[in-house]
Design a binder for this molecule. Structure first.
Ligand code: NAP
Ligand code: MG
Length: 491
């Protein structure tokens, strides 16, 4: 059934197309009324008896109640992880450990459809993304790291690598299952045990993963999943028996955590915010570049740490690129995340939408020109149409600060040195993109960019074999690849 506007016309969620609805069915998706804490292989009620709701941000409908873990629950989880580390996980052979991790990977694949639908319902992302990116990459991470378990001595020859112990892991809401996989897979492969906290608005797939871990028959306490808000995360960070903190989230919270663990023995990896530059040279394949820019910033509603939120266009092709970009934005489809035609889903929460809207106001106040997809916005839920700002200068807040929404700030440049200086003029350094026909230009630019990942003639490509991580205020340490094993080992 199509929604209608006040004149009785069908709502139009794209500037160009009027597609028939094609929603994914939710009939055989099981979401429990209430979820408990996963500690020592079992599900326990929180000691405070407190629960918080999880909603679907696309229609504000209630999905489930999630247990809130306090310090006492976190302590119980850490004790379970320590006991599992000393008692079982560090005793079994590396090959056996690998078998468990493979089992998790296969179960994720088996339940891929269910996980994708739940990810879309709980977080607001388009089903196409959850199905084609989040879930396959999560499975790929477990497969990849399962392969490393019995090869650590070849990865670090003559260095007798040893597991660190208990890893405390805190993750954000933009790629809930995928972030859990990025954290848990390398920790288990290297022989550590885990206490993980998902983000408050998107706990459901982490709890489904807890069920998978139970089904995979992992020894109790090897993986513990405790839900809750920031205070639960802080309880993990501050627990004296946690050996390593792996955090992905905002630079602000990252700084709080670094202060909290300063002077302790805890190791840390921090995957924080970003403000990536996407750079188009006049010799680039322009249509391909425009597609890459759209993917770079509007993918997952811009809820991506490495989103290409600053676009630099060489002056000679500025007019043509801008026209192509605006045309492409008008063809994006915003609406029901469960519809396979949807490009732009819901903003993850009311709070995040307020933050984005604050920046839209600031951008206009500072004198930039705003362009948005003109379409109908669903009446319920949290929505922001894809937005582009031109007439932007380096000092504008929308060019400096991470917005974490579908908002692109466009600037121009004349020379390669100018664009390198402008692109590096940021406290962040997570990622960047470059579009050009010339290999020499790619090498020149990538070697001078202060960013952990630089994509050339593509954007937002992830693979478990490639290390990912930032410079400067985007954090330290790497996840993925051989480099991703290191933070979980004492060498
Ligand atoms: P956030 O507010 O920093 O929250 C991240 C996680 O930390 C959540 O689980 C949060 O719990 C928890 N938390 C909050 N306060 C805490 C505290 N004092 N101690 C310990 N944990 C605490 O970030 P977010 O808004 O969820 O995510 C967006 C940010 O993540 C963006 O800045 C983005 O760039 C960054 N990010 C970076 C990467 C990367 O690889 N570099 C990847 C993805 C996202 P609650 O959710 O309950 O508040
Ligand atoms: Mg939710």
């Amino acid at each position: 059934m199509k929604q209608k506007n006040s004149k009785g016309e069908a709502l139009k969620f794209s500037g160009k197309w009027d597609l028939a609805p094609a929603p994914e069915s939710t009939d055989h998706i099981e979401i429990k009324k209430e979820y408990q804490l996963f500690i020592n292989g079992k599900f326990y009620k929180p000691s405070s008896g407190k629960y918080f709701p999880s909603i679907n941000p696309a229609n504000e409908k209630h999905l489930s109640m999630i247990a809130e873990a306090n310090e006492k629950d976190v302590d119980r989880a850490v004790k379970a992880a320590r006991k599992a580390f000393d008692g079982t996980w560090s005793k079994i052979s590396a090959k056996e450990r690998g078998k468990y991790i493979y089992r998790i990977a296969r179960l994720i694949q088996e339940k891929a459809r269910e996980l994708a639908v739940i990810e879309s319902l709980d977080g607001g992302k388009p089903i196409r993304e959850a199905r084609d990116i989040d879930v396959p990459i999560a499975a790929a991470h477990f497969f990849y790291y399962a392969g490393w378990t019995d090869k650590l001595k070849y990865a670090f020859p003559n260095q007798s690598p040893k597991a660190v112990g208990v890893a405390g892991q805190v993750i954000p809401w933009n790629f809930p299952l995928m972030m859990a996989a990025w954290k848990i897979a390398p920790a288990l492969a290297t022989g550590n045990t885990v206490v993980l906290k998902p983000a408050e608005t998107t706990s459901l797939t982490a709890l489904k993963l807890a069920e998978i871990i139970q089904e995979a028959d992992l020894p109790p306490g090897v993986v513990n999943i405790v839900t809750g808000a920031g205070a639960t995360g802080a309880a993990i960070v501050n627990h004296s028996d946690v050996d390593k903190i792996a955090f992905t989230g905002s630079t602000g919270v990252g700084k709080v955590i670094m202060k909290a663990i300063a002077g302790t023995e805890k190791k840390s990896t921090m995957e924080l915010g970003g403000k990536a530059a996407n750079i188009i040279f006049e010799d680039a394949p322009l249509d391909q570049a425009v597609e890459g820019v759209i993917n770079g910033i509007y993918f997952n509603q811009g809820h991506v740490c490495c989103a290409g939120s600053r676009l630099f266009i060489q002056e000679s092709v500025y007019d043509v690129v801008l026209r192509k970009l605006k045309d492409r934005i008008q063809a994006l489809v915003l609406g029901d995340p469960l519809d396979k035609n949807t490009d732009i889903g819901a903003i993850n929460s009311k709070e995040q939408l307020a933050t984005i809207n604050k920046y839209l106001k600031i951008g206009q106040k500072e004198g930039a020109d705003m362009f948005q997809l003109s379409c109908d916005i669903p009446k319920k839920g949290f929505w922001c149409p894809p937005t582009l700002f031109t007439n932007v200068s380096q000092s504008h807040a929308i060019a400096k600060e991470e917005i974490f929404g579908p908002v692109l700030a466009v600037q121009t440049f004349r020379t390669i040195d100018e664009v390198i200086t402008k692109a590096n003029n940021t406290p962040f350094g997570l990622s960047a993109g470059v579009w050009t026909d010339k290999g020499s230009k790619i090498f020149n630019l990538t070697s001078q960019m202060r960013a952990g990942v630089v994509w050339a003639n593509t954007y937002n490509k992830f693979d478990p074999t490639s290390p990912f991580g930032g410079y400067k205020e985007s954090g330290h340490g790497r996840e993925g690849g051989l480099h991703g094993l290191l933070p979980y080992l004492n060498i």
